[in-house]
Design a protein around this ligand. Structure first.
Ligand code: CUA
Length: 165
């Protein structure tokens, strides 16, 4: 009968609407769960303010720019920020024989700042600035690696220091 046909059409429409709603809710739940899991395990970098020191805006800006600053006739300051999964700046050019002071912090989780082939090794901590001095005697390319597990691409977190003659 026409009445039954209309009833079935209406029932099918309701069924489709509810199926759609259930799929959307499941999708949201899945995405939400993934987001929290990923964030809690440090797989995603939390961007935003990583180092704030209103008393020292110049230093804050230096980190933002990944600066290499000449501080004396044979001295440099290098501002390095670690974040999942790179160091910035990722290429640092300094001359051999110069005294380099590295200032190191992190934008998200803990990273391990290690210059291969040297004794330089410190932990990059969000909100904290660590510093270490080093003089490269031999020209060449040195690698900054990350020695603190920080997620999926931890092993790919490599920057270069080019020491010029
Ligand atoms: Cu950064 Cu491991």
């Amino acid at each position: 009968t026409p009445f039954e046909a209309a009833f079935h059409a209406s029932a099918e429409r309701h069924e489709r609407v509810w199926t759609f709603c259930v799929i959307v809710m499941l999708a949201l739940l899945t995405i939400g769960t993934m987001f929290y899991v990923v964030r809690d395990y440090g797989l995603v970098s939390a961007t935003g303010a990583f180092y704030t020191d209103p008393a020292d805006p110049a230093r804050e800006a230096a980190f933002a720019d990944g600066k290499i600053v000449r501080t004396g006739p044979n001295a440099y300051a290098v501002y390095v920020v670690g974040r999942a999964w790179h160091w910035s700046p990722d290429v640092i050019r300094v001359p051999a024989g110069a005294e380099i002071t590295f200032y190191v912090t992190s934008a998200d989780v803990l990273h391990g700042f290690e210059i291969q082939g040297t004794a330089v090794n410190l932990t990059a901590v969000p909100g904290v600035v660590g510093s270490v001095k080093y003089t490269f005697r031999r020209p060449g390319v040195y690698h900054i690696i990350c020695n603190e597990y920080c997620g999926m691409l931890h092993h790919a977190m490599v920057a270069r220091i080019v020491v010029t003659p």
